[in-house]
Design a binder for this molecule. Structure first.
Ligand SMILES: [Zn+2]
Length: 90
């Protein structure tokens, strides 16, 4: 009896996702309110605790707040997500 046609590891594409460092900053665009009442687009820049690796191999990093915002959308496109938000209180 042979099971060779069934020997298919569906998890073989799993990647090792690099850990985040203190130097990693949130990539999410943020609306920054100016003191004159105008708003400008800038990047969030908070310390990143969540890294999402897209199927294309590129990655995005987010602070806890923006990571939560984008987590569902990222998962929907097949991104692998490393969540280090448990380090915040460490
Ligand atoms: Zn952010």
């Amino acid at each position: 009896m042979s099971n060779s046609t069934l020997d298919h590891d569906v998890r073989s594409a799993a990647r090792v996702i690099a850990p985040l460092t203190l130097a990693d900053r949130c990539d999410a665009p943020a609306v920054v309110g100016g003191s004159n009442g105008r708003t400008d687009r800038g990047s969030c820049g908070a310390q990143a605790f969540i890294r999402a690796v897209l199927p294309s191999g590129s990655d995005l990093i987010f602070c806890a707040h923006h990571g939560r915002d984008h987590e569902a959308a990222l998962a929907a496109v097949g991104a692998e997500i490393r969540d280090e938000t448990d380090k915040i209180d460490a």
